[in-house]
Design a protein around this ligand. Sequence first.
Ligand SMILES: [Zn+2]
Length: 723
Amino acid sequence: MASATKGITKLLKTGILLAAALPQLPLNAARSKPDAQFGPSNPFYAVSPLPLQAPPFDKIKDTDYQPAIEAGMAQQLEEVRAIADNSQPPTFENTLVALEKSGQLFNRVLPVFSGVAGANLSPTLEKVQEIEAPKLAAHNDAIYLDSKLFHRVRAIYDERESLKLDPESLRLVNYYYQKFVHAGANLSDADKAELKKLNEEESTLSNAFSTKLLAATKAAAFVTTDRNALAGLTDTRLKGAEQAAKERKVSGYVLPLQNTTQQPDLASLSVRETRHTIFENSWNRAEHGDANDTRDTIARMAQIRAQKAKLLGFPNFAAWKLQDQMAKTPEVAVKFMDELVPGSRSRAAAEAKDIQALIDTQKGGFSLEPWDWDFYAQQVRRAKYDLDEDQIKPYFEMNRVLQDGVFYAANQLYGITFKERHDIPVYQPDVRVFDVFDADGKPLALWYCDYFKRDNKNGGAWMDVFVNQSKLLRTLPVVYNVANFSKPAPGQPALLSFRDVTTMFHEFGHALHGMFADTMYPSLSGSQVARDFVEFPSQFNENWASYPAVFDHYAKHYQTGAPMPAELVTKIKKSAKFNQGYALTEVLEAAQLDMQWHTLSTDAPREKTDDFEVRALKSKNLLLGAVPPRYRSSYFAHIWQDEYAAGYYAYLWSEMLDHAAFQWFEDHGGLTRANGDRFRQMILSRGNTEELGKMYSSWLGGEPSIEPMLKFRGLVPETNNNN
Ligand SMILES: [Zn+2]
């Protein structure tokens, strides 16, 4: 993931990542003087003297962040107030360029704080996060609803054609104008007040949803004192369940619920009744008609969002939300999803048939239900592929994967080289730093990696920047990747699963998007692009992990250096297509549900959520008994709590872009400098400097086709050649 979309910290979840480039100021806030504690002794006070302005982690203490953030906001506030109050007529320079230059102290400290809070949290940082998050979140509304500032931006926008701006500057004009309009700056005062009211109610309901869901999920854990009910779980897993029971002060075993419909333990639990109960617990977690039932909350939220959209001049919430996305309209996103339905349905049906056959062979005497799927799918997988992780891992030693895989592919494609350096301070001893040099030997970026799991690190993997590239500010990118690979004992090699290997390539794809950034304005730089585009460079880069010329170069036994036996390689490739019908269908169902909730019109009655859900899935030919949506509406936190409302389709959309792009590479000779340089020049270096759909199609030479994605997922009939 890129943190721009997933949010590493509470700060980022509120969209504050953009603060790295954007002024997000409390224009209405009191003009507080910078905090008394903030002065030259604070390491953020001046520009870092380190190469590429790398953060001086050897000098930064946890207590330095808060005064710097507060002083940074106050400073930026004054700068932006001066822009809004300027008595000169608005010009591109005195308004938009001035906004881009404002807030440099703030932009020095916030990305560093966010990075460290996400990857190396301490109680002090957690406290700062709690205190500052609401202040930072409030700034966004404050600036984008400031009429004085908006008048200047609009005046420039109205004259944009006659200003003779270069394309990137013109894009900046559009970017700011859209941001303001999107936030409601164009509304009358009465409508602004109404919008504010709706925003507040939505935010209250969203909090209520989150609280209810947390409690409901906790309460829906599977609890038993009967060890036999848990047959099939490994000893480690059983110990975990015992431990969970102890923590809750109950006797026996507790299996807490995960956020998705399907629960990982269902793949191992052999007692069907247990599986059934756990599934029902999951499916109905927030629908018990008690205080933690979320259905009324979300039905009201859907109404409020529709009303907001109407106020802002759109037929529905999705239409408003998708304006600045690559898909642009809900119709385009829905058409794309609809095209995926037949292939994914029929693939899932074929998988169901395999599973039912296995159940019948075992004389099960029942029809496949969702709680049976993973349990039998695992058996089908073993029978078909017999893939043993322990056999594979010795061929994926982390350093070799990094140097001979990730770096190698980037070198072959783009000519860039890497050199580890040990003189740049880091926030934790496991973090490593590399100089990145361009093909001509000039410094291009600094790249940090922080790969090992820690208790004070968020789960998952992500990329972000400490310093954003900008020609205006004369900065080069300082980029980092974070992951959660198991840390080996001292002196032992870190051996990875192929999934981890893929993660390294994925995050490095985001990193390339940041490192190749070559734009004037910080707001348009690097991976700060629409949600349905941001995962494209990263997912695209994953393709090189299994590309033969790259794979063969890094997949060597860590002791003997022997290449991976062909038989194992084949198994890895084949098992990658396993269960893809189910995997795609459950995501597709959730994405369609999301879009249907957010294309409700304003005058639609408050929905009964269960009826609505059944109707919505049925209308898309996706009401499939054995394959339920990945999230049911009543626990779909992405859309009611996080930032993915009308945006869940983006995962699938980016996937289409990535496979179509890789197909282009294959059609043009694959891993070559010519292909890489063209991709870098037309996509990776360009951030958000052009309309993303145009940028993509000029590079591809046409519109992206869905076929390569279907082929990759194994959703179109295999042709005769056996690959
Ligand atoms: Zn990503």
